[in-house]
Ligand binder design. Structure first.
Ligand SMILES: Cc1cc2nc3c(=O)[nH]c(=O)nc-3n(C[C@H](O)[C@H](O)[C@H](O)COP(=O)(O)OP(=O)(O)OC[C@H]3O[C@@H](n4cnc5c(N)ncnc54)[C@H](O)[C@@H]3O)c2cc1C
Ligand code: SF4
Length: 511
């Protein structure tokens, strides 16, 4: 059996970032990824292929409550879901690391604080070329330095929206974005600022994803081996159950086994929990590291809604995902609990909207809608709940999720509509607006976190503060599973920063 120093399973935001951290250590590293390289092909930017035909989504069906088939909007690729993400790379706020009282309950305190994450957030922002401008978002956490790259500018329609929001007393700011855009020198810019970014792979490899920024640069290192189309099916412990002895992998038509001193799982919050559960043995009868019965529980995915503000005025914006507002993140004068976060989505086109038809106003001309809409993504914090969980039943992933803490989120959606309407009504060219809303269903697992939370108490958490399983001495997890609570900003930068943090710990341990 081949023996390595470290095996990393999964190459998304967590696994890819950890690989970057460890690649120059000289340690012998095996990377196992169940997907292949996402093909660089014209279909990358084809809305019908990407949104209607779901070309880059997995075909396997999971199950949900009532034994109903669930087709998750997720992909298995080198780079994981960062291949198609919107690259909005936010830091959590300081208070997200504490217990926060919400209208629907309390969030769970993190065992490691913002100050511990801050240097790793900076490191992750450099690694993923994040553009932004500090000092504009009133909820922005402390940062010791400016963003590594300048903010991505607003196009005229969005600048107008920005100015109107400011006039109304709001504090819009630039979305921190991980793209390789050089606005000062567009001729030499890798990113062309196109209209097919958020939700699409980048045909030009100009999006900072875990594949392009971490995995490919690591491959020339002789100590790094990547096996693609290699699915870890089982982690096998030693006879006393204290260490992972070897990893079973479905690879090239058979089952292959690999050994390592350290095994790091980074399959995404749902698949990592599933892997631990399906690795149950006599020492770990309920699944690996699951004496606490916490493995798979506390699954979170944010309360998300996509909203189109359609006005009579055209919106010719090409790259729209530049503006966000956090003014209601912690609540407002009328509501003393957190409400959430508002950001622009990529600009929708008619083919994207027709993927939602007939939900979005059948009979309306989709093209007209698309050319007149401004597209929003609204996020609220969902709270950890024991029954929101991943299980493996009859060898299949089973996902249960019931929304909670919805009051603040629903208020935010309504509030935001009113704010947009008030701006429109101040403009004689915009007498009528239609506001449509679509809540993201359970299959929308984009922001999956929780399931293997970290903490100091083995009775209530799966991982310790270094993201090592409490019960297994050489098993680590570095994807979104470790979140004890979800905050209300996009999760990837926190997953990346944590992987870099755990990487420092592993470099010490491997010395
Ligand atoms: C359309 C879309 C837009 C998004 N936009 C944003 C955004 O703007 N900002 C943001 O912060 N987040 C965004 N996200 C979420 C972001 O992509 C995820 O938070 C992030 O990728 C999660 O990282 P991860 O390491 O936990 O898992 P993933 O990135 O999903 O990586 C898991 C990897 O493990 C592999 N794997 C799974 N099981 C196995 C196995 N058994 N054996 C081997 N390999 C395995 C998978 O193939 C995958 O490569 C978006 C997601 C989507 C889908
Ligand atoms: S906007 Fe830039 S990074 Fe995004 S898909 Fe287009 S070229 Fe790629």
């Amino acid at each position: 059996m081949e023996k390595y120093d470290v095996i990393i399973i999964g190459t998304g935001a967590g696994g890819g970032s950890l690989l970057h951290k460890l690649k120059d250590s000289g340690k012998k590293i095996l990377v196992l990824e169940r997907g292949g390289f996402l093909p660089q092909e014209k279909e990358n930017w084809d809305t019908v292929e990407v949104f209607q035909k779901e070309r880059y989504h997995i075909k396997e069906a999971w199950k949900t409550e009532g034994d109903i088939d669930l087709h998750p909007g997720t992909g298995y690729w080198v780079g994981g879901n960062t291949k198609v993400y919107g690259a909005a790379l936010f830091r959590l706020r300081e208070a997200n690391f504490e217990t926060v009282q919400h209208a629907g309950g309390s969030s769970v305190e993190w065992p490691v604080k913002y100050r511990d994450f801050e240097p790793y957030y900076s490191e992750a922002e450099k690694l993923y070329t994040v553009h932004g401008k500090m000092g504009l978002d009133p909820t922005e956490p402390y940062r010791r330095e400016e963003y590594p790259y300048p903010e991505v500018s607003h196009e005229p329609r969005i600048q107008q929206l920005h100015d109107e929001l400011v006039q109304k007393g709001h504090h819009p700011f630039y979305i921190p974005l991980g793209i390789k855009l050089n606005e000062a020198d567009r001729v030499n810019s890798e990113c062309i600022r196109c209209n097919t970014c958020d939700g699409f792979p980048c045909l030009l490899h100009a999006k900072s994803d875990a594949d392009i920024n971490c995995v490919r640069p690591a491959l020339p290192n002789p100590n790094v081996t990547l096996h693609t189309n290699a699915t870890a099916t089982r982690l096998v412990t030693n006879s006393s159950g204290t260490d992972i002895d070897y990893v079973e992998v479905s690879y090239q038509g058979g089952i292959v086994t690999y050994k390592a001193d350290i095994v790091v799982v980074a399959c995404g919050a749902i698949n990592s929990a599933a892997l631990l559960l399906q690795s149950a043995n006599t020492n770990h009868p309920k699944g690996l590291a699951n004496k606490s019965d916490q493995v798979g529980r506390n699954f979170m995915k944010h309360l998300n809604a996509a909203m189109l503000g359609i006005s009579t005025k055209p919106n010719p914006t090409i790259f729209q995902k530049t503006l966000a507002v956090n003014d209601f993140y912690w609540g407002d004068d009328e509501f003393a609990f957190p409400m959430g976060h508002v950001q622009l989505l990529g600009k929708s086109n008619k083919d994207q909207l027709s993927a939602d038809a007939p939900f979005f106003a059948p009979g309306m001309v989709l093209d007209e809608m698309a050319t007149h809409s401004i597209d929003w993504w609204i996020t609220g914090e969902d709270l950890p709940a024991a029954n929101n969980r991943v299980q493996v039943i009859n060898d299949r992933i089973h996902l249960d999720y019931t929304e909670n803490n919805t009051e603040g989120f629903n208020r935010l959606v309504e509030k935001w509509k009113h704010i947009l309407q008030s701006i429109d009504s101040g403009n004689s060219f915009l007498p009528h607006s239609i506001y449509l809303r679509k809540n993201i269903p359970i299959s929308g697992t984009a922001h999956q976190v929780g399931t293997l939370r970290f903490g100091t108490n083995p009775a209530t958490s799966v991982l310790d503060i270094d993201c090592k399983a409490h019960e297994i001495d050489n098993l680590y997890v570095v994807d979104g599973s470790f979140f004890p609570s979800s905050g209300a900003v996009n999760p990837s930068l926190t997953i990346m920063a944590n992987a870099l943090r755990v990487g420092d710990h592993l470099l010490e341990r491997l010395k």
